[in-house]
Design a protein around this ligand. Structure first.
Ligand code: SAH
Length: 389
């Protein structure tokens, strides 16, 4: 194990080949402090009104946060000095301290480790491509899904993140991108993927709030395009239906990794509750209701799930439910330390992909950005090699 980081101080120039140590200190009890991003626009106004402050300050404060991406009283020149401190104190407390960041891919990828109010740590990964800047965020500290190939799965769940803790990852990374931290890509965040630590659909309340804040325009939120937001799930079927009801046309990614229950039961423990068939039915329904093509995630594990016959079975399962509704994203497994599994060989990958394509399934092998820095716990899955820019 690597030595723990000195507390509270950002460590800037780390050896980029080193992995971030994911040490969890014992959590302090209680909830994160109240934050503007946990509240709707009208709740913010009501809160200020109830504290004897002018309600319209809520919108001003929200614009500083969502449009100008800062929480610094000094820059709030449209607000009287006498009110700035109390407003920041009340609605914009610090929620995430940067512990460290690591750059790789010639500065086009930045992985950041954050410490939250109670000492728990989560990661985000910012990735610049020629035409988009993608942020991968965490929805939970740890994860309760226990998938054996996933580093976060081995940690167990520490706790859910609040909406504002999720949104703070976005706000600070957006600020980093705007300041030119990436060597490539637009300075504006264009894409968000919930593919960091945690199972987003196991934290649906906070995710609902986070999606609202991401999508609704300022002063309610950031005003990002729903189409450029991806929510990835291990397959919590009832929550997929709830996500449909939410009505935002975000992209759904399903971490399938096996087309048959026999194998998937071992790779994804929650498959014992919701089977492949039920999960694909829910995914198909998602497409029908939202018009968004579903991404099927498939980490290729050598001699485990990488056989051409399994690619054919996957294609058959998808085609049985219609055509063109799903897009398969194989990604070579990013082996976790101590794991007995490794990535599929290049030739197995090629055969897998061509079997899918011959069966008419759209397939894009995903880029393994940041695998040298352990991705987001080996979970990084951003966009196809074909799109690599
Ligand atoms: N819990 C959610 C989102 C987080 S993981 C989910 O399971 O979808 C994001 C993606 O990374 C998932 O598809 C996950 O299965 C995948 N992943 C996890 N560990 C991986 C590894 N070691 N190598 C490659 N992909 C991995």
């Amino acid at each position: 194990m690597s030595a723990p980081y000195p507390s509270g101080k950002p460590v800037e120039s780390l050896d980029p080949t080193k992995r971030l140590p994911l040490t969890f200190t014992a959590p302090r009890r209680g909830k994160p402090p109240q934050h503007l991003a946990d509240l709707t626009r009208s709740e913010r106004r009501e809160l200020l009104h109830a504290t004897g402050l002018p309600a319209f300050r809520a919108d001003q404060l929200s614009r500083h946060y969502f449009t100008h991406l800062h929480r610094s009283g000094e820059q709030m020149t449209d607000i009287p000095q006498s009110q700035r401190e109390v407003l920041v104190d009340k609605l914009l407390p610090s929620l995430a301290d940067k512990v460290t960041d690591i750059r790789t891919d010639d500065g086009a990828t930045i992985k950041t480790l954050w410490r939250l109010f109670d000492g728990v740590q989560v990661e985000s990964v910012l990735m610049g491509y020629r035409e988009r800047t993608t942020l991968c965020i965490s929805s939970q500290a740890g994860c309760g899904m226990a998938c054996p190939f996933c580093a976060t799965g081995q940690m167990g769940l520490t706790r859910n993140l609040s909406t504002a803790e999720i949104i703070e990852q976005v706000r600070i990374n957006a600020q980093m991108a705007a300041a030119g931290a990436l060597s490539r890509g637009p300075k504006r965040l264009t894409n968000i993927v919930f593919m960091g630590m945690g199972e987003p659909l196991a934290n649906l309340r906070a995710i609902t709030g986070a999606l609202t804040r991401l999508i609704e325009p300022s002063p309610e939120g950031f005003g990002l395009s729903a189409r450029h937001i991806t929510v990835s799930t291990v397959g919590l079927v009832p929550a997929i239906y709830k996500l449909i009801d939410l009505g935002y046309p975000v992209t759904l990614a399903v971490s399938l990794h096996a087309p048959d229950d026999e194998l998937r039961d071992g790779l994804i423990p929650v498959n014992s509750r919701w089977k492949v068939g039920e999960l694909l039915d829910a995914a198909r329904h998602y497409f029908r209701e939202t018009g968004r093509r579903v991404s099927i995630e498939y980490a290729l594990i050598k001699d485990v799930n990488d056989q051409a016959w399994r690619a054919q079975l996957l294609a058959d399962e998808l085609n049985a439910r219609g055509h063109g509704w799903a897009h398969v994203n194989p990604i070579p497994l990013n082996p976790t330390p101590g794991s007995m599994w490794t990535a599929a060989t290049q030739s197995a990958e090629t055969a897998f992909v061509s079997t899918l394509r011959s069966a008419g399934i759209r397939t894009t092998v995903r880029d393994t950005r940041g695998s040298d820095i352990d991705g987001a716990c080996g979970q990084l899955a951003t966009k196809g090699k074909g799109d690599r820019q």
